[in-house]
Design a protein around this ligand. Structure first.
Ligand code: TXA
Ligand code: MG
Length: 332
């Protein structure tokens, strides 16, 4: 078996046209979006899509998100409806993925055999250039080995998939840092959030003017039919993660040695080599941006256990952050 070693490309015009050519000819390329890095391939080419599944060791039951340039593509690849168009008009390009009934040109390998497709128009300028230059919709799951923490830098991609893919486009750190909000709009009147993200439930409700249901706790593999691929244990580091509603000095003092303590904001009365904070002020957008990098960094720091403080509340960005923390902490 030949060993592939990934090359990291800057976003120069020459590199972009080269990578677009790779995509057009059925290859796969890891590329930045505003949420996380994706592993992209031509969504209309089943062979290219199979390469994505193989590189990630992703089970064929877990469907891929299809990235498109904009609103016009909604009815090209799916059967749109008025709710979907309203949301796309408001939030695209951006971190919102819309699930709709698929048209037949979307191969079943992309949708993992179901009759729906998840569409998103990403905002990252480099990813959009690849979409334009390649001229095809790009299927792209997060560019990490299946089950591990999503990558928010090119280096994260290289460390996880560097031996399994050849092309990584470097766009620096992702601005949002958590995967897109996924909303199921197959039934226009009964929208349902399948995965919380930076576009919040209340933002969606304001546009649609109907209540939006949210999928409660993440399903186990056996329930994968409900929302494919949303295993409880996902985004998981190898080190065990323990969640705390709040952290304070006494939690740290009561804990055993060799544990990391991750506060949301810089704590005033605790210090030490094993004390971390997500953001000096605990600003939730900045917490989201740095969460996956923190999980990765602490995962290789040799701690026996990682203690994380949850974000306060159940709405907005807190919902998205706590969802990822719960997945990181899930045992199975
Ligand atoms: O922000 C994001 O969404 C990133 C970037 C790269 O765009 N992508 C991403 O993809 O997070 P991935 O593969 O890690 O997550 C895709 C998830 C699947 O696990 C599944 O839960 C959901 O999207 N999905 C895809 N197609 C679906 C469908 N037809 N019906 C329901 N859920 C679907
Ligand atoms: Mg993923």
């Amino acid at each position: 078996m030949s060993k592939l070693v990934a090359r990291v490309f800057s976003g120069s015009p020459v590199n972009l046209s080269r990578l677009a050519k790779v995509l057009r000819s059925g290859g796969i390329v890891a590329a930045p979006t505003e949420t996380v890095y994706g592993l992209a391939g031509n969504a209309l080419d089943p062979k290219a899509c199979r390469k994505i599944f193989r590189a990630k060791l992703r089970p064929a039951t877990d469907p891929l998100i299809v990235h498109v340039l904009g609103l016009d593509d909604l009815d090209r690849y799916a059967y749109g409806n008025s709710s979907a168009r309203l949301l796309a008009r408001k939030f695209w390009p951006g971190p919102l993925t819309i699930v709709l009934r698929k048209r037949t040109m979307i191969p079943s390998v992309v949708s993992a055999g179901r009759n729906s497709v998840a569409l998103r128009s990403p905002a990252h300028p480099l990813f959009r250039r690849l979409l334009r230059l390649s001229g095809v919709p790009l299927a792209a799951p997060s560019a990490n080995p299946f089950g591990y923490v999503s990558p928010t830098t090119a280096e994260h991609v290289r460390s996880g998939l560097g031996l399994r893919i050849q092309h990584i486009l470097n766009g620096g750190s992702c601005a949002i840092g958590l995967e897109s909000t996924i909303v199921d709009l197959r039934d226009a009147k009964r929208p349902r959030i399948l995965r919380p993200g930076a576009i919040t439930r209340s933002q969606i409700e304001q546009v649609l003017k109907v209540p939006v249901r949210e999928r409660r706790s993440a399903g186990r593999y056996a329930q994968a039919q409900v929302a494919p691929g949303m295993l409880t244990r996902h985004y998981s580091p190898r080190t065990s993660v323990i969640l705390h509603a709040v952290l304070d000095k006494s939690s740290v003092l009561s804990g055993a040695q060799n544990q990391a303590w991750v506060f949301l904001a810089k704590p005033s009365r605790v210090s030490g080599k094993n004390i971390y904070w997500m953001d000096r002020q605990g600003d939730l957008e900045r917490v989201a941006r740095g969460l996956f990098a923190m999980l990765r960094r602490l995962d290789v720091a040799g701690y026996a256990r990682l203690n994380f403080e949850c974000a306060p509340g159940k709405e907005g960005m807190a919902a998205a952050i706590n969802d990822r923390l719960r997945r990181a902490a899930a045992k199975a």
